[in-house]
Design a protein around this ligand. Structure first.
Ligand code: ATP
Length: 244
């Protein structure tokens, strides 16, 4: 569904992504993990059209979308939930969700308001409330719900657990599993490696702008290079990861 071939991206003279190749197949949940500053967000922003690549190719389905604008990429069904949620604070929860429909551009979404409210009942309760008054976790749910309203063929999430209480992280990841079981294809950037590897089918590890390792998540969880650098001791495993 998505193929990145030798993608590079820079901010002026800082090369943030170097020669990164990655593949997401239909129905997979793929995780991209790595330390702060490794280039994960830059990679996502480049494939979703927020940044122009310096080099390389992005293919989505059978189309070469390299260099497309973010709006055009979204209309093609590649929808990103950005880091930090970015909901429209002065608008109601429901109006934020309805704005997600703009990405549809004639396509059909399996998720309308009823389906999003079924996934996140708290959003139904708060539907007339201004989005800016929601908690961080509720804003994350809203941002995911808004993307679903746009009928994603590929849902891309940047650090959905960032800054959330463990119980809320559990809720958000339970919904991601529900979406994956329903057949949605998902690409997830996540700093919490134990959680990401527990939730995903395959994973890529990024360091210093390069993809340095990839494989089935079940194998990477036991790979000494991952265990040593990315996984806390067993007692320290995030509760959400231990439950998956
Ligand atoms: P984090 O988990 O902290 O978001 P990341 O893996 O997503 O990390 P990026 O945010 O993609 O990493 O950053 C990759 C590199 O690019 C870092 O060195 C960062 O300082 C730099 N960088 C990111 N955004 C910009 C920007 N707007 N201008 C200049 N440099 C940037």
């Amino acid at each position: 569904m998505l193929t990145l071939h030798r993608l590079s991206a820079s901010y002026g003279r800082i090369q943030a992504v170097r020669d990164a190749s990655l593949r997401v197949d239909q129905g997979e949940l793929i995780a991209l993990i790595g330390p702060n500053g490794a280039g994960k967000s830059t990679l996502l922003n480049t494939l979703s059209g927020l940044l122009r690549p310096a080099d390389g190719e992005v293919r989505f389905g059978d189309r070469d979308i390299t260099g497309w604008s973010a709006a055009k990429v979204a209309r093609a069904g590649l929808l990103q939930v950005p880091e930090g949620r970015q909901v429209l604070g002065p608008l109601s929860v429901e109006d934020n969700l309805l704005l997600g429909r703009q990405a549809l551009a004639g396509r059909i979404s399996t998720h309308g308001l009823d389906e999003v409210y079924a996934l996140f009942p708290i959003l139904r309760e708060r539907r007339r409330q201004k989005a800016g008054t929601l908690s961080g976790g509720q804003q994350q749910m809203l941002a995911i719900g808004r993307a679903l309203m746009g009928g994603p063929r590929l849902l891309v999430l940047d650090e959905p657990s960032l800054g959330l209480a463990p119980i809320v992280v559990d809720q958000v990841f339970a919904v991601l599993q529900t979406l994956r079981r329903s057949g949605l294809t998902i690409l997830l950037v996540e700093q919490n490696a134990s959680l990401a590897l527990a939730a995903s089918d395959r994973a890529y590890v990024m360091e210093h702008g390069r993809i340095v390792l990839d494989g089935p998540s079940a194998e990477l969880r036991h790979d000494p290079r991952i265990v040593e650098h990315y996984l806390p001791s067993a007692e320290g495993l995030a509760p959400a990861a231990a439950a998956l």
